[in-house]
Each structure stands twice: as structure tokens, then as C-alpha cells.
Design a binder for this molecule. Structure first.
Ligand SMILES: [Zn+2]
Length: 462
């Protein structure tokens, strides 16, 4: 006797496994190619079913009002599913993650191997453009009574399974099953052959969706490990699951090391605007406090200040003028500096803060302006932006990496101009126009250039 297979289908209130809920479960237990037992139940989700979902499934709030809640059936379903029996479903990660999360909410840790018929179909018939259930059933002339009702979908899946078994030789069929189990954690639309060449070296990787839509750009010192890790945590994490559901294609670029990977990632996120990258997406305009030498207060400036020579000091990188002012205000309060002398409030003579004992009195001559300036600059010192320590452009050599890759990065005033795999090509980049100042590049470069040798970098000023 072979281990039972559980053909299963769920209907839900939406697509997010941690927020949406199951509305119907149907399953069919098959042992030695014989159906032995069925399970089918509507489930009261405890929340309203969105109208568009009702329209798709035909399941509405009225039908669910008297249905049991998941916790009511959890125990008997858990027993029925058994331990370690493979779940067979179309886009199995979807059903599996909903099931896992539903059990989790009732205090159960349910795990099972999964077999995805969508992936299996792509493996068996790679020439076919469509692998949604409706298209596959149509290709095999399998009749389906009501699409998107769990029991009908499960019966259709079982019919499809038998059709495949009859159609393909034992050898082809068992090879497809074995391969599918081996790659079962991979996204449904992704051809796993794309992953076989992924190197264990540093670099950036790209996830593309349908029609080459850029979904996500990431970086790592180990491309292979990082990319695969995306597909191993999607059962608990909505974002990872949405990503896994949408990936159709993966690409990558090797770099000589971590610096190249980080610079390239920041650059690509801004140029490709992948829909799942939030953090680095915006080309952030720099806002900073500029304190000119001899002045008694700083001025707020934004734009490409760091790429021009200046006389004085710059403090902080802020997203907005408001952030900059809030920060300076807090520092002033903590150090009993005068908000009026700093230009944060308007007025003449004794400031309001000093009446509250929160200003040492630079506004009324109790503290000299140079003394106040010195205290303020000391308080701000931790935020001071490093002046570019070289006369102009530099070339940073990175590598060789474990795989022998070397890269030359061209940088000027904390701006990244580009990289090349030979010094000669990099020298051509030194003629490029300076890009707009970018906060992310500044942060990356500042971190690496503090101790270049620790990162295996060699810096050459031009
Ligand atoms: Zn004051």
C-alpha cells in the first residue's frame, strides 16, 4: 500500500493567508489510486465575504451563517488529514498556507508535503502557455460542473490526475512526481531549472512577474542561499507569499563583493522601481543643516550640496525640512541651547524657553554667541556629514571574490558613477557626469570607505 494522497481545495475570502479566511474545504483521500474517503464543509469565516469573491465562488454570507467555524472542525479535520500525507492541490502553496495558518490560530502546528498540480502541468507540458485549472481541464476535455466550488474542483483535480496517469508512461510520470517533490518549495510559476545555475557568490538578483514586470531586486553575499530563502518562509509571511505567487522569472548579476552588490541594488531599485521594494525606491533628495563658518546659526538646505565645495559643516541627512527641524529642536532641548538663536523660533530678547529654564540664555547675553555655537556644534557632531576626503574622483577596486571576480567602482563626492570589470573600462566612467546626490549611496560608501582594507577594497584617487 502506498501512502495516502489528499486532494484538496479551499475557497477563501481573499488571497492573504494571514488575514483572509477559509470559507470552504473539500478534500478527497486516495490510497493506491482508489478514492477511499471524502471531506467537504462550508466554513464560517467570522468575517464578511467580499462581493467580488462571492461572485467568483457563489459562496455568500447567508450560506455561511450556519456553517461551523474552523475551530469547530479543526480537530476532526486534523485527524482526517493524517500525519505527513501529501496534499495535492492546484497552486498548492496557496491552499497549504491557508490551512497552516488556520490550524495555527487554533494552536495546531500542521505540516505536510505538498504536490502542486500547476507546477506539475508546467513540467509535463512546458510548451503550453496556460496552466490555470480551467485551461488544463479544457485541454484534457475534463468536464467541470461548478468552477471555484471546492468539492467540484477537487473532483476535477482527481480526474486530471487519472488522465495524466493514463496518458504518460510510468517513467515520465514518476520522474515528474519525483522532480516536483524535490522542488516543492519553489513558486508555482517558476521554472526550477532557472535556479540550478545560481552561484554562491555576492551579487544582485531580480524577480520578474508576468510580462517581465520587475517585482523585486535584492542583494546578497551569497546569491543562491538568499534567493532560496525567499521561498522557504512564505507560509507565515504575506509579503513573501505574494512575491512567491507572482514570480515567473529570475535573473542575477554577480559582483566581486558586498560593496558592489549594495551599490548596484540601490541603483537598480531606483531605475527599475520594482513593485515590492519599498525602502530604497525613492531618489531621496538630501535636506541638511548647513552651518557656515563664523555664523551663529545653521541654515536648512537641500539639493546637491555635498557635491559642491562649502565652507563650514553639514549636519544630518533628513527626509524633509520638518524632520530636520524636529531633530534640531530635540537636540536644543536636551542641551539647553537657545531655539531663538538657532533660528527655530522668531523673536528678540529673552526667549520663551529661557523663561522655562530650558535655555542657558544666549538670547539675552547670559551666554556668548561663540560659546553657544561651540556647544551646539558639539551636540550636533554625531550627525556631521563627512566631507569628501579626496580631491575628486576615486576608483575603488573590489575583489577578487572566491570565484575570481574583480570590479572597479568609480565614485565622486559620495556619488556612485558606475562599475566595470576592468580598470580600463572603469577609467572611461571617470568622464561620466556626476549623478544627483543620493542618500543611500552616501550611507553605503561612507560605511565601506571608513575601513576599506577590512572590506578588501583598494582606493585610488584620480
Ligand atoms: Zn534663549
Amino acid at each position: 500500500m502506498t501512502a495516502p494522497l489528499i486532494f484538496i481545495d479551499l475557497e477563501t475570502t481573499g488571497t492573504r493567508a494571514t488575514r483572509d479566511r477559509i470559507t470552504e474545504i473539500a478534500a478527497l483521500k486516495v490510497i493506491d489510486d482508489q478514492p477511499v474517503d471524502g471531506w467537504s464543509s462550508l466554513i464560517n469565516p467570522g468575517i464578511r465575504v467580499p462581493a467580488n469573491i462571492s461572485q467568483l465562488t457563489g459562496i455568500n454570507d447567508d450560506m455561511l451563517a450556519d456553517a461551523p467555524y474552523f475551530e469547530d472542525i479543526a480537530e476532526s479535520l486534523r485527524e482526517w488529514l493524517g500525519d505527513g500525507h501529501t496534499l495535492v492541490a492546484h497552486n498548492a502553496r496557496f491552499d497549504y498556507s491557508f490551512l497552516r495558518n488556520a490550524f495555527k490560530r487554533t494552536g495546531n502546528d500542521y505540516r505536510a508535503p505538498i504536490m502542486c498540480t500547476l507546477r506539475l502541468s508546467r513540467r509535463l507540458a512546458p510548451q503550453e502557455p496556460q496552466h490555470n485549472l480551467k485551461a488544463i481541464l479544457a485541454r484534457h476535455a475534463i468536464e467541470q460542473t461548478r468552477a471555484h466550488r471546492a468539492e467540484d474542483d477537487v473532483n476535477a483535480l482527481w480526474a486530471l490526475w487519472k488522465t495524466w496517469q493514463a496518458r504518460y508512461s510510468d517513467e515520465v510520470w514518476s520522474y515528474a512526481l519525483a522532480e516536483e517533490l524535490r522542488h516543492r518549495t519553489l513558486p508555482a510559476h517558476l521554472d526550477s531549472r532557472q535556479l540550478t545555475d545560481l552561484p554562491e557568490s555576492p551579487g544582485v538578483y531580480f524577480f520578474y512577474g508576468h510580462n517581465r514586470l520587475p517585482l523585486y531586486v535584492g542583494k546578497s553575499v551569497n546569491l543562491r542561499r538568499r534567493v532560496l530563502s525567499h521561498f522557504q518562509r512564505d507560509y507565515q509571511d504575506n509579503k513573501a507569499m505574494r512575491l512567491a505567487q507572482q514570480i515567473h522569472h529570475i535573473e542575477w548579476e554577480e559582483t566581486a563583493g558586498d560593496l558592489g552588490a549594495q551599490l548596484r541594488e540601490a541603483q537598480l531599485v531606483k531605475s527599475l522601481m520594482p513593485i515590492m521594494n519599498r525602502q530604497l525606491r525613492k531618489q531621496r533628495k538630501l535636506t541638511t543643516w548647513y552651518w557656515p563658518s563664523q555664523a551663529s546659526q545653521p541654515a536648512l538646505i537641500s539639493g546637491d550640496v555635498l557635491t559642491k565645495p562649502y565652507d563650514g559643516a553639514l549636519y544630518g541627512l533628513f527626509r524633509s525640512a520638518k524632520d530636520a527641524k524636529d531633530t534640531l529642536r530635540t537636540i536644543a532641548e536636551e542641551n539647553k541651547l537657545c531655539p531663538q538663536v538657532l533660528g527655530l523660533t522668531k523673536g528678540k530678547g529673552r526667549c520663551f524657553a529661557s523663561q522655562l529654564g530650558k535655555c542657558l540664555g544666549a538670547c539675552q547675553g547670559k551666554e556668548t554667541l561663540p560659546a553657544h555655537t561651540q556647544r551646539a556644534q558639539e551636540a550636533l557632531a554625531q550627525l556631521q556629514i563627512k566631507a569628501w576626503p579626496w580631491p575628486g574622483r576615486i576608483i575603488i577596486q573590489e575583489g577578487p571574490s572566491a570565484s575570481g571576480k574583480r570590479t572597479w567602482h568609480v565614485v565622486d563626492h559620495w556619488c556612485y558613477l558606475g562599475s566595470a570589470d576592468t580598470l580600463k573600462k572603469a577609467q572611461l566612467l571617470t568622464q561620466a557626469t556626476l549623478p544627483a546626490f543620493d542618500v543611500d549611496s552616501y550611507r553605503i560608501l561612507n560605511r565601506f570607505l571608513r575601513t576599506p582594507e577590512q572590506h578588501g577594497l583598494r582606493v585610488k584617487a584620480l
